[in-house]
Design a protein around this ligand. Sequence first.
Ligand code: NAG
Ligand code: NAG
Ligand code: NAG
Ligand code: NAG
Length: 481
Amino acid sequence: MPPPLLPLLVLSALSPVAFAKGRITEWPLALLNPPKPHSQHSEFPPGDGVPVVDPPAHTAGYFKLDYKANASLFYFFFESRSQAPDDPLVLWTNGGPGCASELGVFFENGPYRLHENMTLSMNPWGWDLGANMIFIDQPVGTGFSTAGAAEDAVRCEDAVAQDVSRFMWAFLEARPEFADRDFYVTGESYGGKYVPAIAFWIQEWNKGGVGPHINLKGLVIGNGLTDPAIQYGAYGEYALQNNLISKSAAETMAMAYPLCKMAADACTKTQFVTPCYAALDYCKATQYEPIIVNNPGIYTYDIRLRCANTSLCPPQVSRLRSYLNTPEIQRKLGVSKPFHECNRTVQSDMRWEWMYGVDAWLAPLLDDGIKVLIYAGDQDLLCNWVGNRVWVDKLRWSGSEAWLAGQDREWSVAGTPAGMAKSVGPLTFVKVYQAGHFVPMDQPEHAWRMFNTFLEDGPWYTREEEQSRDGKDEQLFYVAT
Ligand SMILES: *[C@@H]1O[C@H](CO)[C@@H](O)[C@H](O)[C@H]1NC(C)=O
Ligand SMILES: *[C@@H]1O[C@H](CO)[C@@H](O)[C@H](O)[C@H]1NC(C)=O
Ligand SMILES: *[C@@H]1O[C@H](CO)[C@@H](O)[C@H](O)[C@H]1NC(C)=O
Ligand SMILES: *[C@@H]1O[C@H](CO)[C@@H](O)[C@H](O)[C@H]1NC(C)=O
C-alpha cells in the first residue's frame, strides 16, 4: 500500500538523512576537516592471568570526534600475535544497530574467551593471530562509546561512515606505524549495512584526497543484512529447506513478496522514513512472522536451538554484562559507563533504515578491485545464507557475468568439510557449515581459516586437494599457539 502523499512529503522534510549520498563536494564543507587526534589510551600493568589490556600490544581507549558536540568512539586494539610486518590492519564492528563489539572481542574473533568463572583465556583462533584488530563500539552511544549531546546521534549509514572514517584518520595519526598496512573493514549482522557504507566512503575520501589515505584492500561481512529487498524474499526458501514451514505456507509468503520487494525498493530509492517503515511492517508481517508463528520459541540466530526469552540469548551476553560492569575492569579499560550490549536509542534512531539496501555501494568497490568476502553460517535464520547468496548473485558489477559462470566448491579445513566457497576475481562467498549467526563463536577455527584464506586470495582447498598436499605445506596445518 503506497503511503498517502501528504504525510510522505511532510515526513520527508523531517527525514533524518540530512544530506544525500553522492559526490564528496556535496558534503557540508565543515565536515571535511580531519579531526584532531585525541586519544586516551589506557595504560595499565598486566593483572593476574590474561589481562584485559596489556599495552603496548593490547590497548583500549577513546577517540573524541572533534567535529561533533560531545561524542567519543571507544575501541580495543590488538596487535597481531604473529607480529609480521605486513600483517593487515582490520576493523571489526558488530551490528544491532546499536550493539557493542565487545561480543566480538570476548566471544567471537577477538583474542579472548570469557569463561563462566569470569576469567579470560586467549582464544586460539582469534583473528589477531595474523591481523592487527581494531574492535570499535559504533555508532556513537553504542557500548562504551559516548554521545553526550542530542545532535550527535547517528541516524543513517552516511553518518556511520563519516564517524568511522574520522576515527580511522585519528587512529592512523596516533599509530602511524600501521598507516601503510593493508586495511580491511569487517563486521557482522547489521554490519552488512555499516561495512559497505564505511568502505564506500573511505574509497571516496581516498579518491578525493580528503583526509589521510587509508590503504583499503577489502571488506568482509558475516551473516549480514545488506539488501533487505532481496533478503526478505529468501526467508520462505530458507525456512522450507530447513523444514520450518510447509510448502503451502511458503507459497503464501511468495505471493505477498512482490509487494514487499516493491516497498523495500521504494525505501532504498527515496530514503524517506514513511516508505521505509511501510516496507518494514509489510515485509516482516508477510515474509518473516509466519516462520516465527510456526516455530514458537525458535532461536532466530540458530535454528537448531530454542530461546524462551530473546533478551537472554545468546547466554554469553549476560556474562559479558557482568564482566564489563565490574569496577575493576572498567578502571583497567579507562571507562566509566554502564555497559549494555545494545543501546535501544541507537536502535530506534536507525530503525527507519532497516529496509534500506546498500548492496549497490559494493559494485564500485568491486570494480576498483577491492576484495569482498560475504559469508554466512548455515544455521542462522535472521540473516540467512540463502538471502545473502541471492543478493550476491544479483549484484551488477564489472565481473558479474564471470561470477555467475563460476563454480561453488566444497571447502575443507584439516580434512573436515567446513563449507561451500565460491571465489571469482575480487568476490568470494562462503556458506559456513554448522554455524549460526555468530560464525566465529560457533566455528572458531573454520572462521579464522576462512578469513586467512580470504586475506591470502585462496586457494579454497577441497578435502581431496588438502590430502594430496598433506605434508607439503606446513602453513596449511599451522597450529595456533
Ligand atoms: C575458569 O574457567 C576456565 C574454563 O572452564 C578454566 O580453564 C579456568 O581454570 C578457571 N579458572 C579459575 C580461576 O577457576
Ligand atoms: C545511547 O545512544 C544515544 C544516541 O547516540 C545516546 O544519546 C545515549 O547516551 C546512549 N545511551 C547510553 C546509555 O549510552
Ligand atoms: C559529554 O558527554 C558525557 C557522557 O557522554 C557527559 O558525561 C558530559 O557531561 C558531557 N559534557 C558536556 C560538556 O556536555
Ligand atoms: C526476559 O528476561 C529479561 C532479563 O532477565 C527480563 O527483564 C524480562 O522480564 C524477561 N521477559 C520475559 C517475557 O520473561
